[in-house]
Structure formats: structure tokens, C-alpha cells
Write a protein that binds this ligand. Sequence first.
Ligand code: DGY
Length: 321
Amino acid sequence: MSDKPVLLLTRKYSANTEARASRDYQVIFNPDDTVYSSDQLLEKCAGADAVIPCHSEHFNAVVAAQLPARVKIIANHSVGVDHCDLAALKARGVVVTNTPDVLSDATAEIGMLLMLGAARRASEGDRMMRQGKWDSWSPAFMVGTQVTGKRIGIVGMGRVGQVMAKRARGMDMEVHYFNRSRLPGDKEAGAIFHDQLDDLLAVADVLSLHCPTTPETTGFMTAEKFALLPDGAIFVNTARGALVDEEALVEALRSGKLAAAGLDVFVTEPGGNPKFATLENIFMLPHIGSATSQTRDAMGFRALDNIDAFFAGKEPKDRLV
Ligand code: DGY
């Protein structure tokens, strides 16, 4: 009988992550990649000392209250932790970590793809080609929005926001940002800080969200906020769908207030918002911001690093509570 701690992997992780996990722990795998209900999650947790979940497993207050006492650490395979009730888990004495840094490049890549795809009508053009409907061309055909040299407004200038800013600078964009606090000069790298969100919105030809979902930020992009953007702005969201009032977004896209939106995240996941599918001016992806094999390995390893530290009696690097 091994004395290695038992580690529950709630989803199918990268082969390298699973190999390292099974080298160092007794692992409960999920080879079919089943999405566990709360009851199934609790049942699986009963046999585990540590858990690596994704944002698809909800450790809300109800689950936290029933979490078997054996579980000592939840090492998330995500940077976002809105699926975890941190206060409730802390109250149960459970350590919670996330995976910052390692997905910033991949997520910013998707941010750029969404910005460009939305601005240049990529899904509309792709659909037309696939359906064999491209039957004419004129100077007025499929005219989009040029973003080179425009102003990008970044909400949340953390790790992903900073990489997005860097990539946008590569397109000669003027970077503006709103953040809880102003960044030091080296991190700001010439970006223009706004201490009021509304001031940022007024200058954002492209608005890109990179902030966490908290009680304060949930639903902050309301009809009033969309109205503050310049006419014809592009809206990009790689953070979380819950930041946005999706009805207000639909209205802003229908009315032409926004030229287009690029979305990787939705209030309802998986699935998304069926109303979005009726709008030509949305370029959408199914929450794949961090989905590269390189980043998946890095996320799995970062979660394992946190668990290794915990069982070695050290402070996990990415401890949140
Ligand atoms: C994250 O890390 O938060 C990504 O959205 C994937 O869960």
C-alpha cells in the first residue's frame, strides 16, 4: 500500500501532466473526461487528499460545506477561480491555488485573434466561403474596421492584460487601461492609466476585458457602459462571460453602437448564448484562450508544483487562501 497522497484529477489533463501526477501521487483519473455533478464531485473527493479541478467543477458554498475533511488542497488548473467560493473553502481549512502567468501568452493570442476576427468580419467571410455563397466582389464588399493605430482600452492590467497591451503595441495601437491601481512605469510601458472606468470607456476604440470575476465586477458591462464607448467600437472578452450583461451586448451589436464583438467566454458554458448566433457581427470561440498543448502542460505542472509544495510542508507559490 503506497503512502503517497491521493490526488483526484477531475478532468482529462495533458499526457505530460497525468504522467507526472502518477509518478508522484496515487491518482484518481477521469479517463472519459466526464463533467461531474456536485454529488459526483463530492463522491470522488471522499477518497482524495488533493484535487486538481478546472473551472468546470463548482466548489460553491454548498459543495464546500459538504467537502470531505480529507481534502486538504484544491490546486486549480486555471487562473480564474470564480468557480470556487474562496471564503467557504477557507472556512473549511482548505488551501486553494491557481495557475497565473503560464497562460498569459496563449490567452493574449486569442485576444488578438478575437479583436482582428471581429474587426475584419472573419466569421462572416469564413461562413460565406464554406457555404459557397461568395459570388461577387466590389470595393464596398465586406468592409470592416481597421485597428492599426487605434486606441485599445484594457480593463484589468494584470498578467494577461499586460501581454495583450504588448501585442497591441505591435499593431501601433495606443494602450489605455483601467486597473485597481496604477502599474509601475516598467510594467505600464507607456500605457495611459485611467482611474475611472468611464473615462477609459470613452476612449476605447477596442475594449478588451482581462479582469477577474468578483462580486464587484460581475455584470459590470451594462447597457450604460456600452453606451459610453465610441460609436463603432469593437468589444473583446477573453476573461469571463459573467462580466457582461449579454442582453445589453446583443442590443449594442444590433443597434450598431458596437461594430463587432469577439468572444471566447459566455455566461452559459458550455453552450453559449443562442442569441449571439443570430448576429453576423460576433466572432466567437468556445473558451479556448489557454488551449495550446504547451500551455496545458504548463498549467498542469503549475498545479502540481503547488501540490508538491503543500505536501512538502512549504507554502504553495500560488496560494489564494
Ligand atoms: C482560466 O485559466 O481561468 C481559463 O479561463 C481556463 O479555465
